[in-house]
Design a protein around this ligand. Structure first.
Ligand code: ATP
Ligand code: MG
Length: 199
């Protein structure tokens, strides 16, 4: 064995000890609150990835899309039809297009009712509140109402929140917070959003 091999082996042994200790320390089992925020790309993709993961084990998942987006959504097309998946989409579409607070608020509260139903259902293993951060930012939804529904959810249920500028109180509540940091985005070099990649 070369010196480098020996050093590698030692550092791997140290890493394994560290990981084993952490595994032994982790004793609690319950549903989690995850927040995927930040300006970089990948928040919604990561949420759908987790939905796929949950469905893969036969769990029930619910996705609420608070902003329909400008385009269709490949993950939804692929997974819809799975009896364990329920998707609810806010009716008005994109707020930059509608520019109407009153109708947006109404549509938001309507789809929030569906979210509340899922958040109260212990058969639902995973609930994704996609782009809900904007609903709070625009004042369509009240932070205390959202916090209560999340806090009162069934113990085994996991919730994922996505969107930029996540409310500080949601970040404080969350078990896992990931901030996608934008190093570069193709859009800023004039590249169009790509089907099957960006949506
Ligand atoms: P994705 O849906 O690809 O996981 P996201 O959820 O992190 O992205 P959003 O802020 O919800 O990002 O953006 C929605 C759309 O805008 C997606 O098509 C995404 O690819 C694109 N997008 C994401 N980040 C940026 C960015 N920094 N600049 C421009 N467009 C972006
Ligand atoms: Mg998104």
């Amino acid at each position: 064995m070369t010196d480098r091999d020996t050093r590698h082996k030692q550092s791997m042994q140290k890493l394994k000890r560290h990981v084993d200790e952490k595994i032994a320390e982790a004793k609690e089992q319950r549903g989690l609150l995850l927040v995927f925020t930040g300006n970089g790309k990948g928040k919604t993709t990561a949420a759908w990835g987790t939905v796929t993961r949950a469905l893969g084990y036969g769990y029930k998942a619910g996705v609420i899309q608070f902003i329909k987006g400008l385009w269709e959504c490949g993950e939804r097309e692929r997974l819809i039809g799975d009896a364990n998946l329920e998707v609810q989409v806010m009716a008005t579409g994109f707020t930059w297009d509608t520019q109407n607070r009153e109708s947006d608020t109404r549509a938001c509260l309507e789809v929030w009712k569906e979210a509340e139903r899922m958040l109260a259902d212990d058969a639902v293993y995973l609930v994704v509140l996609d782009e809900i951060t904007y609903m709070l930012k625009f004042g369509y939804l009240d932070i205390d109402v959202v916090k209560k529904a999340i806090a009162d959810r069934p113990e085994e249920q996991t919730v994922i929140i996505t969107g930029r500028n996540a409310h500080r109180e949601l970040v404080d509540m969350a078990d896992t917070v990931t901030e996608m940091q934008e190093t570069r985005h193709a859009f800023n070099s004039g590249l169009q959003a790509r089907r099957g990649i960006d949506y």
